[in-house]
Each structure stands twice: as C-alpha cells, then as structure tokens.
Design a protein around this ligand. Structure first.
Ligand SMILES: CC(C)(COP(=O)(O)OP(=O)(O)OC[C@H]1O[C@@H](n2cnc3c(N)ncnc32)[C@H](O)[C@@H]1OP(=O)(O)O)[C@@H](O)C(=O)NCCC(=O)NCCS
Length: 166
C-alpha cells in the first residue's frame, strides 16, 4: 500500500467527517477542522492511499508556546485516526512521523498528547515511537469517565539534533 500524507484541504472535509463520525463517539465538528486549517500554528494532514482519493487517516497537531519559552516549541497531538480497514499497516506511524517532522522543521522540540489508559492500540503505537508517560490527569475524560495518561517525546530523539541557523 502506498500512503501519502498531505495537507488537509476543504475538499477533504466530507471524508474527514465520515472518518471522524465512524471512529469517535464524540467527533470534532467540521468547523474545528476548518479553524485548524486556517491556523498557521496547526499542522493538519490527511493520509491517502494512492491512486485512490479516499481519506484513510487524519492527523492534527498544534504548535504551542510553553511557559518560559518565547517561541512555539510544543507540538500537541490533538487528533489521530486511521480508517479501520487500513489499520495495522503502519499508517498511523507514518502520519505521526510526517506531522512531527514538519513540527520539528517549524521549531517544535517536544511532542505531547493525552490518551485514555484503555486505548491500548494508541498507547502501544506511541510507545513504539519512543513516547514515554510524563503524567496523568485524573477524570480528564467525561464520557465514559476515565483519567488521561500524558505521553511525551523529545523530537530530537526522532529526528536528531536541531541544525544551527546561520
Ligand atoms: C490508534 C490508531 C491510530 C493506530 O493506527 P494504525 O495505523 O493501526 O497504527 P500502526 O499500523 O501505525 O501501528 C504501529 C504500531 O502501533 C502498535 N499498535 C497499533 N495498533 C495496535 C493494536 N490494535 N494493538 C496493539 N498494538 C497496536 C503496534 O506496535 C504497531 O506496530 P506493529 O503493527 O508492527 O505491531 C488506530 O487504531 C485508530 O485510529 N484508533 C481509533 C482512534 C484513536 O484511538 N486515536 C488515537 C487517540 S490518542
């Protein structure tokens, strides 16, 4: 399978919403994706199986400024989903590495996300890429109620030391 990760565009939104609605009990509304696509600090990607135009995966990251920093160095992973038909073929890992590399290129130095402890697939995916648990947020999720595990990774560990400018 040849998978290409490319920036999300308006014409992908119907398929993005179909994927979200099929995979999440509380999918993001369309306007959230529209706002992210217009946000220069967001990285929004769709994964497509070429030559088919079908959207097989979605990834949304946001570059945020950490306390004490002046530049946005924190890549928050906000949304990752792979169509059930295409799971366990390395699609999510490919999407993450593509998105995180772009975040790194833009100055991101650390990646962070929240995940349900019961989401074994996602946890194993992140551990396989080198993420480690950095915290826990009690009662973070409402429906169904569950704590969140916070996972983090230094992007240098994935992509090597940052290049010096000039
Ligand atoms: C979690 C999710 C994104 C994984 O997508 P995927 O494309 O199947 O993941 P990959 O094929 O890239 O998996 C890479 C590695 O992650 C781990 N992994 C992924 N899914 C797994 C599963 N169901 N069980 C155990 N390990 C799993 C494995 O180590 C896997 O490597 P391997 O297949 O060589 O053993 C997908 O299951 C999904 O969309 N789930 C619903 C939405 C969701 O939970 N999103 C994450 C919210 S934080």
């Amino acid at each position: 399978m040849r998978l290409v990760a490319a920036p999300m565009a308006s014409h992908h939104l119907d398929q993005v919403m179909d994927l979200e609605n099929a995979c999440f009990p509380h999918p993001w509304p369309r306007r959230v994706f529209q706002a992210l696509m217009a946000n220069p600090r967001a990285i929004t990607l769709v994964g497509r199986r070429l030559p088919q135009p079908t959207v097989a995966a979605v990834l949304c990251l946001m570059l945020e400024t950490e306390i004490g920093q002046e530049e946005p160095t924190l890549a928050m992973i906000q949304n990752l989903v792979v169509h059930p038909e295409y799971r366990r073929r390395g699609v999510a890992a490919h999407m993450l590495l593509t998105g995180l590399q772009e975040a790194y290129r833009r100055g991101g130095r650390r990646a962070l996300l929240e995940v349900r402890p019961s989401n074994q697939a996602a946890r194993r995916l992140y551990y396989s890429l080198g993420f480690e648990q950095t915290g826990r947020k009690p009662g973070y999720y409402a429906i169904p109620p569950e704590d969140a595990i916070v996972l983090g990774c230094r992007l240098e560990n994935l992509f090597g030391p940052p290049r010096e400018n000039g």
